[in-house]
Structures are given as C-alpha cells and as structure tokens.
Write a protein that binds this ligand. Structure first.
Ligand code: PMP
Length: 399
C-alpha cells in the first residue's frame, strides 16, 4: 500500500485498467532510454542501433558550433531564464535569435516560444476567438488542433490538401465571419507538402487569414532553406507563419515570424508566451548558431536530399509504397497497430529504431513506420538499414 503513494487505490485501478485496454489494442506507449548523443546511430536500451526517426534533419543538434554556442550562453546567462520575459526582463540571446530568425525569413520581426506546441496553442487563440471560423487540414499536427479547440472558434476540418473541399467550406461559412485556414507546411507524419499556392489563392478570394506551421519545412525546403513558403513561392502572399527550432535547427523551441505589429500583438495577447518561463538561453543561442550554419553551409541540405533519394529509391525498389512523401519524412503505411508493432519490433531486433506510429497520432487504419533520414546518415548506414527494412517488410508480407 505504501508504495502506491497518496492516491486512493481506486485511482490506480483506473490507471491500470486504461493501460491494459491500450495494451490489448496494441496502442500502449512506453519510453525507451537512449544513453548517447542523438545522431545517425544511438545507444538505445544498451544496443547501438541506426536511428531512423529523428527530426534532427541536418544533424545540427550535435554540431560542435551549435553545442559550443549553447555552452557559452549557459555560462554567460545561466541554465534557466528565471521567469517569463515580461516579468524579469528579456535575455539578450532571445533577442539575438529573434533578429536572426526575422532576417532569415525576410520578415520585420519574430517571437520565440519554449516549444512549438506552446506557440501553436497560444498563437491560434490570439488570432481568432469565439466569433471566428477555422478551417484546418485533416492531417494537421495535434498542437494545431489543440490551438484551434482552445480558440473557441467554430472549427471544421477539410480533407487532406483537398482544395475543392476547402473552397466548399469557405463558401458556406456564415457571412462576414473572420476566418483562419490552418495547415502544416510539410506534413509531419506523411511527408507531403501543402498546396500553398492554391491555399493562398483561396484565402485571397475568400478574405481568410492563413496559419502555416512550418516545423518540418524550415531549414530543409526552399532554395535557401527558408522552408515551405520559399519552396512554394508564396512568401510575399503569407505575411506570418509559425515554425520550430527543434527539428532542422537542432535545438528546442517554437517561433512565429511576421510584421513588427503582429509580433507586438502576440507579446500582448498570447497566453503561452506571457505565462511561461522564457526558454533557456542555451537553447536560444544554439538555434541562432544553427541558423548561421543553415545559411552558410548549404552542403548539409544537399547531403540530406541525397540521403533522402538513396533511402527512398531503395525502398521503392524493394516494393514499399511511400504514399505521397516529398521529403525526408518517409511513411511506410502498414494498416493496423498490430502490424506496425510487429514491423517495428522486427526492425529493432535487427538494429534499426523507427517506432510504430499509431492512432491517435495518425488516422485509424493508417498505422505506420515513419522513417526520417538526416544529413549525417552515411550511404553505408542507409544500405544496411535497407537490408533490415526489407527483412521486416517481408516478415509482415508488406512487400
Ligand atoms: N508542429 C508540428 C508540425 C510538429 O511536428 C511538432 C512536433 N513534432 C510541433 C508542431 C511541436 O513542436 P515542438 O516539438 O517544438 O513542441
């Protein structure tokens, strides 16, 4: 009894029942310990495995310059920020990073958040309230959906990247309603790119705002790595957008970029900015260093896309179907959670870590192995992973 802690036993029974139900449906999650730096290989539960599921696309999380910047800022400013930025003053590394982000994205200003999740659940309600109308892509990231729900606005979902459906819903909305279209730029679980030209056109025609989450596009898409909006040539038509520092930038945090008045508006209205402690200075400095590398070392982006081509071509040659992927995110859709778990276990047993992604992260019947490739994977590692993927795919009769 004593090790159950202060909660009555009935609560523990309820937790256990819920966990058993998840286990029965093969939907139980558990944390698995890595005891090494993140990279193309990691030591997971005591074994060295090829990591094919990290969003550290450019390998910058362990880049010596990025790590050194985090250490230097931590030495100079401390490990923690002390309080929210409006409460105890706003540390220089955050301002330096925001100036660098604005310059990189070609906007007047930027604002950083402790995570991308916080950016989305704060910025969407700041932009639109109970009397507004939101149209979100069906495959939007969970943080976008949560932001839409928190806003209290009327909220409809359009079929994935289906512009006819989006237009039908826009045409039917109550007259004169403030409207926000919400989409990922590069979809996190499917690796396809939103049709931003078409979305921009509809937004202009129906007088709607657009909220793009470019967590996965930033740093890897576009001629200079500015992201999905650069790739789709719509930067001039979409005045603000959101992204993260946690993927290609190898650090952690979220951001919005836009006009100076938009950013000042967020500082004054966005609860997930106001009521949380500022990100630690080390993370901000690391992200700023990563931005410089992205701007000055395009060869990393080139290597990422070469690796993506090698892995994707290898998978297609083996007979895998990569759905609509256009990016370093390569989904192998297998259907049921059971099948996805079996494939993930087989991969791990042979030396590849790429966990099964199951509902509610993805829609029912689309459980998958979501592979991601980075600039730091070598051709040898990719070829070794392909052999293991082939075995695992055959074991469940997928190929
Ligand atoms: N948006 C998208 C599309 C994401 O994939 C993620 C994280 N996986 C987030 C937002 C949340 O970002 P963060 O991890 O920085 O909270």
């Amino acid at each position: 009894m004593s090790n159950l802690g202060p909660l009555p036993e009935a609560h523990h029974l309820m937790f256990d029942q819920h966990l058993r139900k998840l286990q029965d449906q093969n939907l139980l999650r558990r944390l698995r310990t890595i005891d090494s730096a993140t990279g193309p290989t990691v030591v997971l539960e005591g074994r060295e495995v090829i990591l094919l599921s990290s969003n550290n696309y450019l390998g910058l999380a362990t880049h010596p310059t990025v790590v050194a910047a985090a250490i230097a800022a931590t030495r100079q400013y401390g490990a923690g920020s002390g309080a929210a930025r409006l409460v105890c003053g706003s540390l220089m590394p955050h301002h330096t990073l925001e100036a660098a982000l604005a310059r990189f994205k070609g906007t007047e200003a930027a604002l950083t958040f402790a995570s991308g999740y916080l950016a989305n659940i704060g910025a969407i309600p700041a932009l639109i309230g109970k009397d507004g109308f939101i149209l979100a892509d069906r495959l939007c990231h969970a943080s976008l959906i949560d932001g839409c729900r928190l806003s209290g606005a009327m909220f409809r979902v359009y079929h994935h990247s289906d512009m006819h459906h989006l237009e039908r819903l826009l045409a039917r909305r109550p007259a004169g309603t403030r409207t926000l279209i919400v989409t990922d730029g590069l979809f996190s679980m499917d690796g396809d790119i939103a049709p931003m030209q078409d979305i921009a056109e509809l937004a202009e025609r129906y007088d709607a705002m657009i909220y793009v989450d470019d967590a996965h596009g930033t740093g890897i898409l576009g001629r200079t790595g500015r992201g999905t909006l650069e790739h789709c040539e719509v930067e001039a038509r979409i005045p603000f957008h959101m992204g993260t520092l946690s993927k290609a930038l190898g650090s952690s945090g979220g951001y919005l970029t836009g006009s100076a008045s938009f950013i000042a508006y967020l500082v004054n209205t966005c609860r997930s900015f106001t009521y949380t402690t500022a990100p630690n200075p080390g993370s901000a400095a690391a992200a700023a260093a990563a931005l410089q590398i992205i701007e000055h070392e395009p060869e990393r982006r080139i290597r990422l896309w070469e690796n993506r081509a090698r892995l994707a071509q290898g998978l297609l040659r083996l007979g895998f179907d990569l759905a609509a992927s256009q990016s370093p995110i390569l989904p192998i859709i297998v259907g049921t959670p059971d099948r996805a778990m079996t494939m993930a276990q087989s991969l791990f047993a042979h030396g590849v870590y790429a966990p099964a992604i199951r509902p509610p992260t993805v829609p029912p019947a689309t459980s998958r192995i979501r592979l991601t490739i980075t600039a730091d994977h070598t051709p040898e590692l990719i070829d070794r992973a392909l052999v293991i993927l082939e075995q695992a795919g055959r074991a469940i009769n997928l190929i």
